[in-house]
Write a new protein. Sequence first.
Length: 177
Amino acid sequence: MNEMLSRAADRTVNVVRGIREDQYGLPTPCSEYDVRTLLGHLSWVALLFEALARKEPMPPEDNEPEALETRVRGMVEGWSRQEAFEGESPMMKLPMTVVFQMGLGDLVFHGWDLARATGQDYEVDPETAEAMRIYAEQMAPMARQNGVVGDEVPVPQDAPSFDRALGLLGRDPAWKP
């Protein structure tokens, strides 16, 4: 599983490196975030999921986009230890395997959001795409009920796995700024 996270981290960090300052105000598929705000959110998310992997207290929310790359690497490192997957999250009261999927999903889906917003490619390998489809099928109803994702976007059943995952989480796979 950590190989999937490492690949997602590399893809997302490459997208972040390709973002120019003049793109910070662009809209993203997450309508509540522009590029800069989403960079900050993802930076804190990476810090949070590293703390969760280490079963440490929740870090204060700081949304520092400049720290994103370092924090993503810390997240990968935190989940590289087998004990990270054991037991239940003291903070979230969920199995650690579910917490891992949530962190991987944030990294992958927000990486895609940033790529789309800034006109970059974001190719998801087949293993990760299928894992994200399964994750989205399992989590979307609860996430939608909690207002975390929007209404499902219809996507053909024969669409690629990642497109189906995007649709389940309220994203249009064809979204353009």
